[in-house]
Ligand binder design. Structure first.
Ligand SMILES: [Zn+2]
Length: 92
């Protein structure tokens, strides 16, 4: 019977469900971009000083893991705090 084949329409939704699944896998502690940007200075200074800010700011930590742009901002600030990387060629 051809009618049975028409009932198998679930495949078209798989992409939709995959996105929803990814959304639901976001860390519930994720503080969001606003709070991450607010704490960026403090967070980077703690990291630069050799501390682990993830215990004090678990929500912000979760956000840096989940949000590419914020993670890049943290990375940029951190490298600025730590000075020029040793891998960079020294000026003549
Ligand atoms: Zn963000």
């Amino acid at each position: 019977m051809d009618n049975e084949a028409q009932n198998a329409s679930g495949d078209q939704r798989s992409d939709h469900w995959a996105r929803l699944d990814a959304f639901l896998q976001t860390d519930p502690r994720d503080a969001g971009c606003d709070e991450a940007m607010e704490m960026l200075d403090v967070y980077a200074e703690l990291l630069a000083a050799g501390n682990d800010p993830s215990e004090r700011f678990p929500g912000v930590h979760a956000h840096f893991l989940a949000c590419g742009p914020c993670a890049q901002a943290l990375e940029g600030l951190l490298s600025a705090l730590q000075g020029p990387a040793s891998s960079q060629p020294a000026p003549p």
